[in-house]
Design a protein around this ligand. Structure first.
Ligand code: SF4
Length: 468
């Protein structure tokens, strides 16, 4: 499978965005405050765990085993989920995934869906794709709702509105939430209460929900979502139709493996011993919960990542965002500077691999290589090593582009007699550089000499000899 072109990556590139972001004092204060709090909570809870390193090693081993046998586990998952009444669909890329979800919603006759926060649906641009089909998607996670109402983009994997403070959130609610109380204060309880009342109506009216999944269990065909607010539980149990959009790397072999990941995820993501809500569902249970359960398994570039021996470890990621919370670069720029679905250290290694390093060539350089991200990663992704490898790929891709441009120019000159003559005469300029080529092709002459053009070209000599 292939794909990956629709993971959003915007211009301008990271250095230009970062320059703007670091000049925004408010943004830096908001991000620093939030990441420091989560970082301290995580550190305290991890210190309680005598077997933390063993858990990390187990998680990495389980994920590596799955990635080495992904085809087998995906088919096992499909068979188990189908046997329990779910319908499984396969999507090569974002367009296919969006088309499948839109057609499943259309089949229900509904024009509105409620959503559980999902980075994959961000990655494939699902909300916009549904909007183009006349289907409105309502985010139900508080932070995702703030981002949606603010016509914004997530800037953090776990806390999408980390760049907003409560005064800004109050302003967004008053401006965009039709039922926000006019005297709404910026007290966090008041803001949470306003969103709760707003969303409650949506939960009771909605007939279709769209979710992602944190884990997909091959043995049983089950999906699991871990969350803190209970909005996920509402979406997963109340509507008649549940459509889950799941990345193919989310597989774990057995139910027992969840024991390892759930200990790691909550502590790493939100600094909690356990997520307040862990919802697991397996196909359809007659008379209980959604009776129409659809699962869309999405590749969107993941099999390309799998091909790379060094880079494939990025597919172990459980999206806990611990690497973002400790990253000195992320803390200063926030997530928008990365101009991609996945910000921070994991974004710097995942995005270039999903979209092709030539489309995100600056991101592997958005790191000080301090190694803190590796230290906190619960699945032991050696992010610095992958970054260095991608830097190498990025430089090589740029060189290839320069070489392609040179050969295109040579071809253009050689297809016309006059142009070729002019090009040969102009080549004398290379004599100024002696044996070293100028940038961007100076790499060529690091290990070889640049041939020196003769003072007189053969054509000039011929013309001179025959004009006597
Ligand atoms: S790379 Fe590791 S630390 Fe970063 S989000 Fe993924 S699992 Fe968490």
């Amino acid at each position: 499978m292939s794909g990956g072109e629709t993971v959003w990556v915007d211009d301008p590139p990271f250095p230009a965005n970062a320059k703007i972001a670091v000049a925004d004092d408010q943004l830096r204060r908001n991000v620093r405050k939030a990441t420091t709090t989560i970082r301290q909570r995580r550190a305290a809870l991890v210190a309680e765990m005598p077997d933390w390193q063993e858990l990390r090693t187990s998680a990495a081993a389980i994920k590596d085993h799955v990635l080495a046998n992904l085809d087998r586990y995906l088919e096992q998952f499909e068979a188990a989920a189908t046997a329990r009444g779910a319908h499984v669909h396969w999507a090569r890329d974002a367009d296919e995934a969006n088309a499948i979800v839109a057609s499943l919603v259309r089949e229900t006759g509904e024009r509105e869906v409620i959503k559980v926060k999902s980075m994959l649906t961000e990655e494939i641009g699902l909300d916009d794709a549904l909007g183009r089909e006349g289907i409105r998607a309502y985010e139900t996670d508080l932070a995702a709702l703030i981002v949606q109402l603010g016509h914004d983009r997530p800037s953090h994997i776990v806390v999408p509105a980390i760049h907003r403070n409560r005064a800004e959130i109050r302003e967004i609610f008053l401006r965009e939430m039709e039922d926000a109380p006019p005297d709404l204060s910026d007290d966090p309880h008041a803001l949470a209460e306003a969103s709760r009342r707003h969303l409650r109506k949506k939960f009771f009216e909605a007939k279709v929900a769209v979710s992602g999944a944190n884990f997909a269990v091959a043995e049983t065909g089950s999906l699991l979502i871990a969350e803190s607010e209970g909005n996920g539980r509402m979406c997963l149990t109340l509507p008649e139709t549940l459509i889950s959009v799941v990345g193919i790397e989310k597989i774990v072999p057995s139910f027992r493996d969840l024991e390892v990941f759930l200990q790691l995820l909550a502590r790493s993501a939100t600094g909690e011993r356990m997520n307040p809500y862990n919802s697991v569902w397996t196909g359809v249970t007659p008379g209980d919960g959604p009776q129409n359960v659809q699962i869309v398994l999405v590749d969107n570039g993941r099999t390309n990542v799998l091909r790379d021996e060094v880079g494939r470890q990025a597919l172990r990621c459980i999206r806990c965002a611990a690497c973002l919370n400790v990253c000195p670069v992320y803390e200063r720029t926030g997530g928008h500077a990365y101009a991609a679905t996945y910000p921070g250290p994991i974004g710097a290694v995942l995005t270039p691999q999903l979209v092709g390093v030539e489309h995100a060539s600056e991101l592997p350089f958005a790191s000080s290589l301090c190694g803190y991200c590796y230290e906190v990663c619960p699945v032991k992704i050696d992010i610095p090593t992958v970054l260095v490898k991608l830097r190498h790929d990025s430089v090589r891709a740029k060189r290839h582009r320069a070489v392609d441009a040179i050969f295109a120019s040579v071809a253009f000159a050689m297809t016309n007699r006059r142009r070729w003559g002019l090009a040969l005469r102009s080549a004398r300029i290379l004599r100024f550089f002696r044996h070293n080529a100028p940038p961007p092709v100076d790499g060529w002459t690091m290990v070889r000499d640049l041939p020196q053009p003769p003072r007189q070209t053969f054509r000039d000599w011929w013309t001179k000899e025959h004009s006597r």
